[in-house]
Design a protein around this ligand. Structure first.
Ligand code: PRP
Length: 181
């Protein structure tokens, strides 16, 4: 299959992602045996990873979502973000596993973890498909990581540029003329 014409380079093929997600699913299933965690997907980017990861699990789970306003657009001077869509489930006393597509600066995850900690969860952990450690501004603990990626603008498998490219089945770097880089 040829890549999208706006793509400069495919970093992670669909097959490689599928193999890694299967491994992550096996590990999470073993770690959470005898528990029924709540998977919390962070909209919008995490939907593809969450959809595949949950089907790679052999344990029962419940699934819920949150959505933040992006601090990249219209953030206040404090850098604070707002919760646009809160959880539907009450997670007090529950084992919560946050599912993210990518951790970049770490700011989104820090807000979410601080928010979840106030809800008296039984445990809190994070599964991220992609980790871009070179961009980190705040320290966050990632319990399950699929791949580390270089400091490039990546799209596909849920990740967007201007709301496009989320449906690509692989993770890729766009041509610089597309994003103006
Ligand atoms: C992306 C991604 C993470 C966040 C990571 O979301 O899904 O939630 O950025 O970046 P950070 O570590 O620098 O906070 P984005 O705000 O692009 O929204 P989207 O998921 O709707 O694309």
């Amino acid at each position: 299959m040829s890549a999208h014409p706006d793509v400069r380079e495919v970093l992670l093929t669909a097959d490689r992602i599928a193999a890694r997600v299967a491994e992550m699913g096996a590990r999470i299933s073993a770690d959470y045996r005898d528990r029924e965690p709540v998977l919390v997907g962070v909209l919008d980017g995490a939907v593809v990873f969450l959809a595949d990861l949950m089907r790679a699990l052999t344990i029962p789970v419940r699934v819920d979502f949150v959505k933040w306003s992006s601090y990249r657009e219209g953030a206040t001077s404090s850098g604070a973000v707002q919760l646009l869509k809160d959880l539907s489930l009450n997670v007090e006393g529950q084992h919560v596993l946050v599912v993210e597509d990518i951790v970049d600066t770490g700011l989104t995850l820090r807000y979410l973890l601080e928010n979840l900690e106030t809800r008296k969860v039984a445990s809190l952990a994070v599964a991220a498909l992609l980790d871009k450690p070179s961009r980190r501004q705040v320290e966050v603990q990632l319990d399950y990581v699929g791949f580390q990626v270089p400091n490039e603008f990546v799209v596909g498998y849920g990740l967007d540029f201007a709301h496009r490219y989320r449906s690509l089945p692989y993770v890729a770097v766009l041509k610089p003329e597309i994003y103006g880089g």
